[in-house]
Design a protein around this ligand. Structure first.
Ligand code: T46
Length: 139
């Protein structure tokens, strides 16, 4: 659920030559990293996400620019604003996510616990709610 989703501050090696951040599987993220992908060249006003995962866990990082992530576990919603390259948002399984308000030049890097698998997605909100609540939403 939502209570396990959180911002994770990653290590920063400060240096007059520029800062360095690193991420190690099962140390800074609570899973084995099996895939990395990123969203970039997002046009103004575009929204991404609009789905939940049956098993996948992910860490989202704003490598550049900013965006907002709206999380929904079927019981509550919470919005996180990401705008630092040393801070990740950990998203647990069975959490609906929408990514909105991309700034120009924003890059969203995602570390994922598994390979891409379309059968791991809930892309229909009612189907997701039915899975987490055992009932369909009213109205
Ligand atoms: C998520 C948010 C943050 C692949 O072929 N391989 C991949 O690893 C991914 C992520 C996607 N795709 C294909 C599947 C679709 O045909 O790329 C197309 C666009 O994927 P989607 O509409 O799922 O993109 P987003 O940005 O809405 O969602 C993605 C991830 O799918 C999702 O897990 O949490 O980014």
């Amino acid at each position: 659920g939502l209570e396990r989703c959180r911002a994770i501050d990653l290590p920063i090696v400060h240096d007059p030559r520029g800062n360095l951040t690193f991420i190690e599987s099962n140390r800074h993220v609570p899973f084995d990293i099996k895939r990395v992908y990123y969203l970039y060249d997002v046009p103004g006003g575009a929204e991404r996400g609009g789905h939940a995962h049956k098993n996948l866990e992910q860490l989202l990082i704003a490598m550049s620019g900013s965006f907002d992530v709206i999380l929904d576990d079927g019981l509550a919603k919470q919005t996180f604003s990401l705008n630092r390259s040393y801070r990740g948002l950990y998203i647990e399984r069975l959490v609906w996510r929408e990514i909105v308000n991309f700034s120009s030049g924003a890059v969203c890097m995602v570390l994922a616990s598994d390979f891409y698998d379309e059968t791991d997605y809930y892309r229909d909100y009612d189907e997701f709610i039915k899975a987490v609540r055992g009932t369909v939403p009213v109205g």
